[in-house]
Design a protein around this ligand. Structure first.
Ligand code: F6R
Length: 244
């Protein structure tokens, strides 16, 4: 695990965008694993600017998002389908038919998850997987648990995640209670993992991810065992990691 310390959120975002853009320049038909949330927003904006200028070309790229709320249709403004189009896909030259997000509108959880696993498997797994980290150490929606999850599955969101995500909803009651998420094993199949983290609220999770025991109670800690994992975090997120 390599840790890159940045001064602040903007610096973290530019560095992450640089790495994603280098991946796409080196391999134009890259498979990218993508994340939603607040953390990647400025990196996506930066990539949009570079795409506009012709510096990076997404026309052959395929994408697979980590997760989606169960029960939301693709055009629901709170869905991750909608988020990705609004914040990234609608502004770059990507072929939308090559973008994939778990199908939260399919009420048959087993079928929705098995279909998604097959898609990611058939694509050969991501060349680069972008990850944010939850305050409780979750990656994707893999919440703290007694064991590490494997493939895509349906999860009950923890109270801490519902609370954290409620900032994007009108009311906490509106946050869906379940989601479909890639499993930890699927995430670990990516050839490179890029974790981004910003802000004091992430400091404990970042410390446990990088320096704690590998423990499913902090799902991100398994990334210590990945052979090519880069963490880009700002001073505040690394404030509990003086050794980094
Ligand atoms: C999003 C996802 C989550 C977020 C995490 C951090 O697709 O899988 O694991 O990366 O909850 O969210 P933010 O970036 O909003 O702090």
């Amino acid at each position: 695990m390599r840790i890159i310390r940045t001064t602040d959120y903007d610096d973290m975002s530019r560095k992450a965008a640089n790495i994603i853009s280098a991946q796409v320049i080196l391999k134009p038909d890259s498979v990218l694993g993508l994340a939603t949330g607040t953390t990647p927003l400025a990196a996506y904006k930066q990539l949009i600017r570079w795409c506009d200028r012709g510096d990076v070309d997404f026309s052959e790229v395929s994408t697979y998002n980590l997760d989606e709320y169960r029960g939301l249709t693709h055009d629901d403004p709170q869905s991750y389908h909608y988020f990705m189009r609004k914040n990234f896909f609608d502004h770059i030259n990507i072929d939308l038919s090559r973008t994939h997000v778990p199908d939260g509108s399919n009420p048959d959880a087993d079928a929705a998850c098995a279909d998604y696993d097959k898609l990611v498997h058939d694509a050969g797994y991501p060349d680069l997987q972008l990850l944010g980290i939850g305050n409780n150490g979750h990656i994707g929606f893999n919440e703290p648990d007694k064991y590490f999850s494997k493939g895509t599955h349906c999860v009950d969101l923890t109270e801490s995640t519902i609370k954290a995500n409620s900032r994007l909803f009108d009311r906490e009651e509106d946050v869906p209670r379940q989601a479909y998420t890639m499993g930890v094993q699927t995430i670990m199949y990516a050839r490179m993992i890029l974790v981004i983290a910003s802000g004091e609220a992430k400091a404990e999770a970042v410390r446990r991810m990088c320096f704690g025991p590998v423990d499913p109670e902090c799902p991100a800690s398994i990334l210590q065992l990945h052979t090519n994992c880069v963490v880009i975090a700002d001073e505040a997120a690394l404030s509990q990691c003086p050794e980094a």
